[in-house]
Design a protein around this ligand. Structure first.
Ligand code: NAP
Length: 290
């Protein structure tokens, strides 16, 4: 079924450019906060274990803090740290008045109980937005810091003027860091939301109904053009390594999707860069800025 109004090629949602614009806004917010209240936002990053990808992510987050005029600190615990040591470290950062926001980089070493450690982060410093309290607040529609990648997806749609209210949204994936919170954010914005997962039979039956399709799966090119409603907005959060291919591959097959969708995020350069932009914005707000 084709839609004569659908464009021949999708408009690409440029996460790099959008994140850059947001960083400029944040840098201005930091300057204002320093001038008005003498406060410089400070992000405390907690790194447990020695996962190389986590090292890279944390270094990138610290670099971005510097770029927007914030300060940051890195708090390390070894691979063999205990649950008590991890919780004590986080509680110490909660109590430190110089720390505006706390980021516990995950995944944590396997022997640790990750939710319990995340839940030690005081909600007013939970700039990653993934503690039970922050997620509960999202469900209740109460103010808390929104989880960064889901918030980045919504922000990207807003910046491109993509309407959410009244639209049929389908989220593929139900993880606690991505699928569930983005579904809740879409619901809070009055979309009608369906969440699909690995036990959903006939996935395409659902995705083809979506005005807004969010892919948050971690399966390279699972969503092909024929699974997309013509004219849909397709947000691809997937970052997958595929042997024999250079760079990251999304959950959406870009070449076929771009001929059907009206809006599409590239991978890389779509959803990915928005995550850190949202982390910085949450940190600015945690410090009392805007
Ligand atoms: P995850 O925890 O592994 O969750 C994947 C979800 O996809 C699960 O809910 C799973 O269903 C569902 N799923 C798996 N295979 C499926 C299939 N064949 N059909 C339908 N659903 C299926 O992954 P995640 O942490 O949410 O990450 C998802 C992707 O986003 C990854 O590629 C990750 O790298 C990327 N990501 C990007 C960013 C960013 O851009 N900054 C941040 C975080 C994650 P079940 O629940 O039934 O198992």
């Amino acid at each position: 079924m084709s839609d004569i109004n659908a464009p021949t090629e999708a408009i690409l949602l440029d996460g790099n450019a959008t994140a850059k614009t947001i960083r400029v806004e944040i840098a201005a917010g930091v300057k204002r906060l320093q001038a008005e209240k003498g406060i410089t936002p400070h992000l405390a990053a907690v790194l447990m274990g020695n996962d190389p990808a986590s090292e890279t992510y944390v270094a990138m987050k610290e670099r971005m803090c510097t770029r927007v005029g914030m300060t940051s600190s890195l708090h390390r615990l070894g691979n063999d740290c205990t649950q008590a040591q991890a919780e004590e470290l986080v509680r110490g950062l909660n109590a430190d008045p110089n720390v505006s926001g706390i980021l516990v980089q995950h995944p944590l070493p396997k022997h640790l109980h990750e939710p319990a450690i995340l839940d030690c982060v005081a909600w007013e410093k939970d700039v990653d937005g993934i503690s039970t309290g922050s997620l509960g607040a999202l469900i209740n529609g109460e103010p808390a810091f929104p989880s960064c990648t889901p918030a980045g997806i919504i922000e990207l749609m807003d910046r491109y003027g993509i309407a959410i209210e009244g639209k049929r949204a389908v989220v593929v994936g139900r993880s606690i860091i991505l699928g569930k919170p983005v579904a809740m954010m879409l619901l809070n914005r009055n979309a009608t939301v369906t969440i699909c997962h690995s036990r959903t039979p006939n996935l395409a039956e659902y995705t083809r109904e979506a005005d807004i399709l969010v892919a948050a799966v971690g399966r390279p090119e699972l969503i092909t053009g024929d699974m997309i409603k013509p004219g849909a907005a397709v947000l691809d959060a997937g970052y997958n390594r595929v042997e024999g291919r250079q760079g990251d591959v999304g959950d959406v097959e870009f070449e076929t999707a771009k001929r059907v969708a009206k809006y599409l995020t590239p991978v890389p350069g779509g959803v990915g860069p928005m995550t850190i932009a949202m982390l910085l914005r949450n940190t600015l707000r945690a410090a009392g800025g805007s």
